[in-house]
Design a protein around this ligand. Structure first.
Ligand code: ZN
Length: 286
């Protein structure tokens, strides 16, 4: 799924109105310089076709792969135990988990009607700055942080690469639900002030527009029916647990020679809060 989306984002075509520009000069404008740290992994090499188009085309290559949602713990939620005496499964908890589930599923053409999102989903407000062809745009964007412990940092007035569902035009503003597909290196000729005509390479977060499941009673019913029919579903949530190191006290004890009372050492693991937040994957079973 992600590979297909990423491929769609990366498909390298010539920028429609290929321009004749001087090439090879370094971007002099500091705004053109990238704020991203150095690459740690480059998963693909530039396709041959892209090299040939180097002078005028738009080239998008993966720069840093997306951080996959990574659950630190697993648990099971059994539907047949909901609201039964002596079990922790409640309808309120089911609703909470379904809400999380709905925001982690992308509506697509799969038999189930939706697939698990393979990148963090966030809401993006954007203004399109440059058309990169094939519904890909360079945009000035803002989005809230997403993922366990905000792995995907928030964007504020940040340039990003967007793959939209429908054609759009420069200057368009809007709001989309977007899935983060990693950081890409974008090589292109700028067409916006004050960089018009400059050949630049930017490293930017890339997002693919997508629709998530609707969190509705009928959606929840379908979800329950699907699990009872044997579908494998899970939701990842942030859960607060007691800090393991200090046992939830926020400090550890240290015996002091000749003293009646132990010394209390603030717990660094949980910043003395006694609590830790971990990512938990809940699997649903009938
Ligand atoms: Zn602690």
């Amino acid at each position: 799924m992600t590979m297909r989306l990423l491929f769609a984002l990366l498909v390298s075509t010539l920028w429609a109105s290929a321009q004749t520009t001087t090439v090879g000069t370094k971007p002099a404008d500091p705004a053109a310089a990238t704020a991203s740290p150095p690459a740690t992994t480059i998963t693909q090499t530039i396709p041959k076709a892209a090299e040939a188009d180097e002078d005028t085309g738009v080239i998008i290559t993966p720069f840093r792969s997306l951080t996959l949602p990574d659950a630190k713990a697993n648990r099971t939620f059994q539907l047949s135990k909901v609201n039964k005496l002596g079990f922790t499964e409640t309808s309120k908890e089911l609703q909470r988990l379904y809400s999380a589930f709905a925001t982690q599923r992308i509506i697509d053409g799969s038999p189930a009607g939706s697939s698990k999102a393979t990148g963090y989903l966030t809401t993006i407000n954007y203004a399109l700055v440059q058309d990169l062809g094939d519904n890909r745009f360079l945009a000035k964007a803002a989005w809230p942080a997403s993922g366990p412990n905000e792995v995907l940092a928030a964007g504020v007035d940040t340039m990003a690469v967007l793959l939209l569902d429908k054609p759009a035009k420069l200057g368009d503003t809007g709001k989309i639900s977007g899935m983060h597909v990693g950081t890409v290196a974008l090589r292109f000729t700028a067409d916006y002030a004050p960089l018009v005509g400059k050949r630049l390479t930017l490293r930017r977060e890339a997002f693919v527009e997508c629709a998530t499941l609707e969190d509705s009673p009928s959606g929840l019913q379908k979800f329950v029916d699907a699990i009872n029919a044997g579908a494998e579903m899970s939701a990842t949530t942030n859960e607060q647990i007691s800090c393991k190191k200090c046992g939830g006290l926020g400090f550890t004890r240290e015996a002091q020679k000749g003293q009646l009372l132990d010394k209390r050492v603030p717990c660094a693991e949980c910043a003395s809060s006694g609590k830790a937040i971990i990512s938990v994957e809940t699997k649903f079973v009938p």
